[in-house]
Design a protein around this ligand. Structure first.
Ligand SMILES: *Cc1c(COP(=O)(O)O)cnc(C)c1O
Length: 466
């Protein structure tokens, strides 16, 4: 399978190169040139498969040129065996025809484990074959950093440096990054904010001379195609568990960078009957404003109780815009260049086409807390603030009560105790047993000044073969 850029100018690449590349050279994002399509009969025949085996069926067409089937199967078996639930992505019922899919049973308690546990193994496999080494450099305000570190801890050919803003991430989130032991794991606390961290990462990707040509940087943020690919699987899993593909499903997805929900859109295009996708945002609602009024416009960043969805622009949305524009890269390039300067709209018929599948809602902090409390009082079930936004949006946007509505449960409530406390509940979310000693584990991180050459100097000195 070949991958092409959403801006139409970068060369097409195979899977291995897409895995090792962040942005395309024309500034676009890579997408498959064409998607595999599965018939209803074929999907039906997957009923009852263990998660890792289903993952193989759904994903193999994307990687078949690069990885032999047995190797990929083995990798998937290892990836999903570290989850703390046999079903990997279990469903919990909230009400008649209303469900939460728990995607937080991985090692760092957020859905990002589904992709990053696999990504680490894919990288190591490809790098071993090519006799190459990479340095992963990333900035995090929370969930991505810990999932990436956990996913790369056993990689032979990868060193990982994660920058987080010093004293500005929650203690659970910091400890999930800094207590992972491994010679190839490096946590840097930058005396600055998240934007400073992100700026340094961007600058370093732009000019990698500090590595003296001995290794190269790789990205693990959600623009990496392999992350999207791994997220397609659980839409199939949920559907098959609830009577699909012989009936269609609706999904509500707590959304930031549009990665997780884009995977749902792809699942539908690959043949899974999905009749509705709900984009659930917090007050950082650029996607909700677009879906409700066909206006795409950046606003100031707001800090909310659901920090993993605090974004100004939604990078993966470009992948949907590419399809909405008939895969015309030049049109996407023009639109996004204009969007960087001010508000933009797309042609009405294109927007209406998107609205056939997508609905959206924006949920503020107070309503998030009300939802956490309401569900706890009625079901004795504790939602994290991101999932609560999904549940609220699902209820507000529901089109047909006979269609199962599944909200993606993106994080474990123990990751966000502040939101639970703010909702007025006295119950305290408990960390799962395998993490109960998190607060006793030894931490390792280095505090550096908000200065890019200091950070680059640290990386140049500390990667494995430096
Ligand atoms: C990353 C994250 C999201 C947003 O996912 P996108 O793919 O960026 O839309 C939602 N909830 C949680 C808990 C996350 O960590």
């Amino acid at each position: 399978m070949r991958y092409i850029s959403t801006r139409g100018e970068a060369p097409a690449l195979g899977f291995e190169d897409v895995l090792l590349t962040g942005l395309a050279t024309d500034g676009g994002l890579y997408v498959p040139e064409s998607l595999p399509h599965f018939s209803v009969e074929e999907i039906r025949s997957w009923r009852g498969l263990p998660y890792a085996e289903l993952a193989y069926k759904v994903m193999y067409p994307f990687v078949e040129d690069a990885i032999p089937a047995d190797d990929f199967r083995k990798m998937l078996g290892e990836t999903y065996s570290v989850f703390s639930h046999q079903a990997v992505a279990p469903l919990v019922q909230l009400d008649t025809n209303e469900w939460v899919m728990e995607l937080f049973r991985g090692p760092t308690l957020a859905f990002k484990d589904f992709a990053l546990q696999l990504l680490g193994r894919l990288l190591d496999y490809v790098l071993e074959k090519r006799k190459q080494h990479v340095v992963i450099m990333g900035a995090t305000s929370g969930d991505t950093g810990s999932a990436a570190i956990e996913g790369c801890r056993r990689c032979e050919h990868v060193d990982i440096f994660i920058l987080h803003p010093y004293q500005r991430v929650s203690e659970v989130q910091r400890r999930q990054m800094t207590t992972v032991q491994g010679d190839n794991i490096h946590n840097i606390a930058v005396k600055g904010n998240f934007d400073d961290c992100q700026r340094m990462v961007k600058e370093s990707f732009g000019n990698q001379s500090f590595l003296s040509g001995k290794t190269q940087l790789a990205a693990v943020n959600s623009i990496n195609w392999a992350r999207i690919m791994a997220q397609i699987v659980y839409y199939f899993q949920a559907s098959l568990a609830l009577g699909g593909p012989d009936r269609s499903m609706a999904f509500s997805v707590p959304t930031g960078n549009f990665g997780d929900i884009f995977a749902g859109y792809l699942a539908k295009k690959m043949g899974l009957p999905i009749s509705q996708l709900v984009i659930a945002t917090n007050r950082n609602d650029i996607l909700h404003r677009f879906m409700s009024g066909n206006k795409y416009e950046q606003h100031q960043l707001e800090h909310t109780l659901s920090p993993s969805m605090d974004i100004m622009v939604s990078s993966n949305f470009e992948r949907l815009l590419f399809d909405l524009h008939g895969r015309d890269g030049a049109a996407v390039k023009d639109l996004l260049e204009r969007a960087a300067k001010g508000p933009v709209s797309i042609e009405d018929y294109r927007w209406k086409h998107a609205r056939k599948l997508f609905d959206s809602d924006a949920v503020d902090d107070k309503t998030t807390c009300d939802t956490i409390r309401d569900i706890y009082e009625k079901n004795e079930y504790l939602l994290d603030p991101h999932t609560a936004i999904g549940v609220r949006a699902a209820r507000n946007c529901r089109r047909d009560s006979t269609v199962p509505m599944i909200t993606l449960g993106t994080a474990h409530p123990a990751k966000f105790p502040d939101a639970i406390a703010e909702s007025g509940l006295v119950v305290k979310p408990q960390l799962p047993a395998h993490m109960a000693d998190l607060f006793e584990r030894e931490e390792r991180y280095t505090v550096l000044d908000n200065n890019v050459s200091e950070v680059q100097g640290f990386i140049a000195k500390h990667w494995k073969n430096a």
